[in-house]
Each structure stands twice: as structure tokens, then as C-alpha cells.
Design a protein around this ligand. Structure first.
Ligand code: BGC
Length: 733
């Protein structure tokens, strides 16, 4: 995000003409109030729903008759900077009030949670990250930006780039997994896709990287929980993706709900002013998470709303999402000299700069023709990208006996209610999909002309119908069982202590296996599941996550061999829930887990992941040979030969890891340093090269300083974090 001198002058001129009320108005994101249809305030209604006084059905009935109030009078008075809305005509109407009826005519910045696509819903982020395809990450973001703009949204609350190593946390679904390097490349590509095509106002939006920071480390994987960690861990694991996003020019950042070592991120001056704006150079502004300024009272760090607002403003929080606290208390705080005017001016300058960069002063409206174009349906190239993304995001975890791909001659019994559910394919945080665009696995398979019969039998919720399972087995050459989680089982506020397959699905799988017929298991889920039993018992497992609107097409194509799976896990899968957090790049311990008792292990579970980070099979096979590492002045030149040793064309994701053998701080057992995708025809062999800057072998110490230390480094290259060739090199800097 870069402004010209002229644009900067425009911002300063506008700022000089604003009243204090108007300035504070720019720091206020107004959430729509829900009105009508019930006799209690909306907040109480939510409480009633949460504590069970009313049922979900009753709540739905009340909401159906309710309306949203966007506080038009406040917009007219210049007291609102931003709204959240995905209805393009509503957005045009609100912009018209802001631009034509407020004193200074400052347009609204319209935010929305476009996390993995808008109407074109792509795979959830943890799945898309399994493609290790930076170009794909960028393409899907670019399309999401265009669709957002066509709906009046110019500020996407994405990418979510929280490193997450505890699969109990429901929000693992929203981000790129456990690794800081993959997370950083994902973040960069997403920022480029969302922001870089400024050739037309229709093509780009402001990104909002979130949640700053260390939200993924919430204790016990419980959402909104406390977070504690050393500075070195913060700098080496949780900050890198944000640093990468800032280097790529991310326009805005959302602060996280959690406290970090005792100070909530919302009021954490060290994090906001010190690291984010100072060290990492955020150019735009920071917004709080929803209601988070008020929650500082619950955290017990602020005495009341006024105190929370003052602390947040002083810490560098530029915009308040949804509480009115800035609107209600900042004016008095400035007049009393508690909050200096320069704090307000800095926040408003940042917010106006983003609005100017977005071109909102030139044209805040969506042309009616663009709205109508989407009403006619999704363009073919959008659907094609959804299919491509879904195809690349699947991970073949196991394929014993080469059961997959299936032949079109086989009689398939398709089992599991998830298989026939077109609404579950999109996963968490998808709000703009249309049913007519969504393809269930059943519909996807039927469309191929395969010989498929469907038997619901049961799913993640409710009873299993074993009689139906008998019928499914009797009829089949092969059983395809689709099991997993509903979309509501991951995402925000969806933490779990037990992350095995929910409901009776294990029992169902075991019953199907007992039939003696080949069973192919397709997983449809939003988090790494505990798959200890499955990894032992099931011959074939295809991890298909929530793949977005074209999930059915992609799964059908993979099952029938029209595409060859190539995804690799972006997160490790535990054997049992109690192993969480489990991740490949853990710090070296004094007693690495082993068969012997007095080592870092459990008595009743494995110490390692059952499917580790980077694991994923193909319908073909690959062999690595001759890893070589050559030192040049600035780099390590690394080379390996990769051969397709199978009978099909396939794509391998080649992964480069290193280990710092002895350092002044305990370092991870392995760290991903680079990766690339290589497609080979049967029998083809190719040299794969990486250039690794030697300075990337350093780490941050507990003072937040980056150090590169002399000594031995191990270099690993292979097709997963576990299965690699190895070389050693000794470096002095
Ligand atoms: C979530 C954010 C989201 C915001 C606005 C919050 O509850 O934590 O990720 O962007 O709501 O919808």
C-alpha cells in the first residue's frame, strides 16, 4: 500500500478540516443493530440462546422477522467510519449517505469476513495450504477481491495467518497450519492477490491480517483463552507470517482477542506501536476484534469501558470494532488531556490513507451492472478455479493395495450423510455461497456417470443405521464412506477436547470393514483429527477437508483417477486427542521420545504424529537420490534428483528442511526452509534445486534480535517432514 505525494497531501488537508467528533467517528466501526421481532435487546437474546433459555429454532424464527439498523443518522453526522455488510445495494445506499449527506463526504470502508472466497468458496485455509502452491494462494485471493468489490466490500478480514499447533482449537481451520515458513508464504501470496492489482478499483481490496498475535497458542486449544510464551517463540513462530505480510504491504491488521503474557493484544502497546507499527512498519491501521475493547474489562486489565478505550487508543489501536467505546469516551479523554490529540490524528491519518488508497473517494459505489452480472450466476472461470483449488488441496493419507483410483466399472456404495450434503462443503466462515453453486460428493460422483448408489447410514450427528449399512455392503464392489465433521464443528468458538471422529462414525467404519469389501474413507473436516485407530484399521484414507463449492467435483475426480492427489499436510495429525499439541518442528528436548521409558513420551500413546506435517501420497511414486549441498558466499546451493517411479503422471511437493545442531538457544528438531511443486511423467527424472540464503539459517533470541550463528547445520530434502535425505554442512558467518 503506497500513497503518492498528492494523496498524502489530500489526507493532511482533510485531517486539518475535521472536528474532533468527526475524527473519532473515523475510528468507529459500527455494527448493525438487530431490531424488531423480539422484545429484549439483541445482546440479551444472544445470552438467552447461549444459556439455553431459547432454542436455536426459536432464535432463527425471531431473526427471520428482524431487520438490521445501520445507524444511518450517525453515518450522516460523520460518526461512522466503517460498516460490515455484504449486500451490494445496501452498501451503495450507505455509501451515498456518507458521501453525499455527511459534512465532509468521507466514504465508508466496508469490511467483511471473506476468509476463503466470497460466492466462489475455495477450500478452507488449512486445506488450501496443503497445496503448497503460492500461485494458487494468490489466484484465489485475487478472485475473492474481485467478488468482494462487486458486492461493495473493500476490506477483507483476511488472511487469517495464526500459526496453530493445537487441533483442539476450532480456528485451526481458518489458517495455513502449523509452520511459520508455509504460513509466511501463504500470507505474502494472499496479500499480493488481495491488494496488488490496482489497475482497476474493481480488482483490489485492503487485506486485514489477523489475529495479531499468538491467538493460535491459546492455552489448551480453548478459544479466547490466555496465551503465554517466551519472546523467542513469539518471534520465531507466531510473528513471521505477520512480518511477511507487512513486507508485502498489508494495509491493515486485526488484533487478537487473547492476552499475551498478561497484556491483552487489544491494549498491548509493545505489540501494536512497538513491533507492528515500529519494527515491522505497518502502513495502514489496526482494528480491534469484535467487542474486544470492552472485553478488556472482563480481562481485568481495565476498570471500565472508559479505561479500556483510553488504554486501547494509547496502545495504538486505531479502530474500534463494534463497541461505541471510542465514540462515547475518547472526546472527553482528549479534552482532559488524557489521550493526546496526536494519538487521534495518527489513527485517523492511517484510516484515511487506506480509504484514499482504495480509491473510495473517487468511486465508492458498485455499478448496478456488476451487481446484476453476479445475480445471473458465477462466471465459468470462477468455477474452474474453485475446482482447481479443491483438487490441489486433498491429501491422500493412505492407499494400501492401491485401491484408489477406482475403476468406472466398479459398483460404488456411497455411505455417510456428509456425502449428500451440498451445504457442508464450504466449511466455517463461508457466508455468501449459493446452494445452486455447491456440489456434494454424491452429486459430483453421479455427474461422472459412475455406477454409484447412496446409503446415508449416519454421520457426525445422530444415530447410525446399521441395517442400511448392511444393504450398502451387500450391493457394493467398493464402499466409499464419507465421514468427518459438520462445518459448525470447526471455526470460531468450536474448540473440542475430543477430536476423534464424532458420533458413531468409527463404529460405522468398523462395521463396513467387517463386511470384507474394500472400504475407501473420505474425510470431510475442518481440523486435524485424531486418527490413531483409523491409520491402523482403514486401508485407504483421502483427507478432503471442506473443499468449497466444487468439493463434489474434486473428490469424484480424485476417486476415479481423473486427477492425482498431490497435497501434503499443512498440520500434523495426532493419534489421540491427548497428544495435542503435536507438531513436527518442536524444540529439541533433552530426552527425545523413544521406546525407552524415561524419554519425552506418553505411556499410553505415541509421541509422534500419526500423519506428520508434509505427508501426502500420490497415485504414482517418487524416489529421491543424491542430495548435495554446496556453499557459496551468501547461499547454500542444494540439489537433489527426483524421479517418478510409478506409472502415472504426478506432482510431488519437494520439501527442504534444516536443523541447527548446536545454538545459543534450543532450536527445533527440523524447520521447513523452502518447498516447490514438481510435475513428472512416468519414469521422468529431474534435478531439483534450491538456493537457500545462509542468513535464513538464523533465529530470533529472547531480546527479539535476529542472530546467525556458526556451526553445523543439517539439510534435509524429501517428500514429508519425516521422510528425507540428509547432508551436513559447517558454516561460519
Ligand atoms: C472474529 C474475527 C472476525 C470478526 C468480524 C470475530 O469474532 O474473531 O476473525 O473477523 O469477528 O466478524
Amino acid at each position: 500500500m503506497k500513497l503518492t505525494q498528492e494523496q498524502k497531501k489530500f489526507v493532511e488537508d482533510l485531517l486539518s478540516r475535521m472536528t474532533l467528533d468527526e475524527k473519532i467517528g473515523q475510528m468507529n466501526q459500527e455494527s448493525p443493530s438487530i431490531v424488531g421481532g423480539f422484545d429484549v435487546p439483541f445482546s440479551e437474546l444472544i445470552e438467552m440462546l447461549t444459556d439455553g433459555r431459547i432454542s436455536q429454532e426459536e432464535f432463527g424464527r425471531l431473526m427471520a422477522t428482524a431487520k438490521q439498523d445501520f445507524h444511518e443518522d450517525d453515518i450522516r453526522a460523520g460518526l461512522v467510519s466503517s460498516v460490515m455488510c455484504n449486500d451490494p445495494r445496501q452498501n451503495n445506499a450507505l455509501q451515498k449517505i456518507a458521501v453525499e449527506e455527511s459534512r465532509l463526504g468521507i466514504p465508508l470502508i466496508v469490511g467483511f469476513d471473506v476468509i476463503h472466497g466470497f460466492r466462489s468458496v475455495f477450500p478452507i485455509a488449512i486445506a488450501e495450504a496443503c497445496s503448497f502452491d503460492d500461485a494458487l494462494f494468490e489466484d484465489t485471493a485475487r478472485m475473492a477481491a474481485k467478488e468482494s468489490r462487486a458486492h461493495g466490500i473493500n476490506w477483507n478480514f483476511a488472511p487469517m495467518i495464526d500459526a496453530a499447533r493445537d487441533a483442539r482449537w476450532g480456528r485451526v481451520s481458518e489458517g495455513p497450519g502449523e509452520d511459520p515458513l508455509l504460513g509466511s508464504r501463504f500470507a505474502r501470496a494472499k496479500i499480493r492477490g488481495l491488494q496488488n492489482d490496482t489497475s482497476s478499483l474493481k480488482n483490489y481490496v485492503a487485506a486485514c491480517t489477523k489475529h495479531y498475535v499468538a491467538y493460535g497458542a491459546c492455552e489448551g486449544g480453548r478459544d479466547y483463552n490466555t496465551t503465554s510464551m517466551s519472546d523467542s517463540q513469539l518471534y520465531n513462530v507466531y510473528l513471521p507470517a505477520f512480518r511477511a505480510a507487512m513486507e508485502e504491504g498489508a494495509a491493515t491488521v486485526m488484533a487478537a482477542f487473547n492476552d499475551l503474557n498478561g497484556i491483552p493484544c487489544t491494549v498491548n502497546e509493545w505489540l501494536l506501536r512497538g513491533i507492528l507499527k515500529g519494527e515491522m512498519g505497518l502502513e495502514g491501521f489496526v482494528v480491534s476484534d469484535a467487542n474486544a475493547i470492552r472485553e478488556c474489562v472482563n480481562h481485568g486489565i481495565a476498570a471500565d469501558d472508559r479505561d479500556a478505550g483510553i488504554q486501547a487508543a494509547l496502545a495504538g489501536m486505531d479502530m474500534d470494532m463494534g463497541t461505541h467505546i471510542y465514540k462515547d469516551y475518547l472526546k472527553e479523554a482528549v479534552q482532559k488531556g488524557v489521550v493526546p490529540m496526536k494519538v487521534i490524528d495518527e489513527a485517523v491519518r492511517r484510516i484515511l490513507s487506506v480509504k484514499v488508497w482504495l480509491g473510495l473517494f473517487e468511486n465508492p459505489y458498485v455499478p448496478e451492472a456488476d451487481i446484476e452480472a453476479y445475480e445471473k450466476g458465477l462466471p465459468a472461470e470462477h468455477i474452474a478455479l474453485c475446482k482447481k483449488a479443491a483438487g490441489e488441496s486433498m491429501v491422500l493419507l493412505k492407499n494400501e493395495g492401491g485401491v484408489l483410483p477406482l475403476s468406472r466399472k466398479q459398483k460404488i456404495s456411497l455411505v455417510g450423510t456428509l456425502a449428500d450434503n451440498a451445504e457442508e462443503v464450504c466449511g466455517a466462515w463461508a457466508m455468501a455461497w449459493k446452494k445452486e453453486d455447491c456440489v456434494s460428493i454424491r452429486a459430483g460422483l453421479e455427474a461422472t456417470g459412475a455406477d454409484v448408489s447412496y446409503y446415508p447410514c449416519g454421520g457426525p450427528e445422530g444415530e447410525i443405521d446399521f441395517d442400511e449399512a448392511d444393504r450398502a455392503c451387500a450391493d457394493a464392489d467398493v464402499i466409499v464412506a464419507v465421514v468427518g465433521e459438520t462445518d459448525a464443528m470447526s471455526g470460531e468458538a468450536s474448540s473440542k477436547t475430543d477430536i476423534t471422529l464424532p458420533g458413531g462414525q468409527r463404529e460405522l467404519l468398523s462395521y463396513l470393514l467387517n463386511s470384507g469389501k474394500p472400504v475407501v474413507t473420505v474425510l470431510m473436516n475442518g481440523r486435524p483429527l485424531a486418527l490413531g485407530w483409523e491409520a491402523e484399521a482403514l486401508p485407504v484414507i483421502l483427507e478432503a477437508w471442506h473443499l468449497g463449492i466444487r468439493m463434489g467435483d474434486a473428490v469424484a475426480a480424485a476417486l476415479l483417477g481423473d486427477i492425482t492427489p498431490s497435497g501434503k499436510l499443512s498440520s500434523s495429525f495426532p493419534a489421540v486427542s491427548g497428544q495435542c499439541p503435536v507438531y513436527y518442528n518442536h524444540p529439541s528436548t533433552g530426552r527425545p521420545g523413544s521406546k525407552s521409558k524415561f524419554t519425552s513420551r506418553y505411556l499410553d500413546a505415541p509421541w509422534e504424529a500419526v500423519f506428520p506435517f508434509g505427508h501426502g501420497l500420490s497415485y504414482t511414486s517418487f524416489a529421491y537420490r543424491d542430495l548435495s549441498v554446496r556453499e557459496t558466499e551468501d547461499n547454500l546451493e542444494i540439489s537433489v534428483y527426483l524421479k517418478n517411479t510409478g506409472e502415472r503422471e504426478g506432482t510431488e511437493i519437494v520439501q527442504l528442511y534444516t536443523r541447527d545442531v548446536a545454538a545459543s538457544l534450543v532450536r527445533p528438531v527440523k524447520e521447513l526452509k523452502d518447498y516447490c511443486r514438481v510435475s513428472l511423467t512416468p519414469g521422468e527424472e529431474r534435478e531439483v534445486r534450491f538456493t537457500l540464503p545462509k542468513k535464513s539459517l538464523g533465529f530470533y533470541n529472547n531480546d527479539g534480535c535476529y542472530c546467525v550463528e556458526d556451526g553445523e547445520f543439517r539439510v534435509f530434502v524429501g517428500g514429508s517432514s519425516k521422510d528425507t535425505l540428509e547432508q551436513s554442512v559447517t558454516l561460519s558467518f
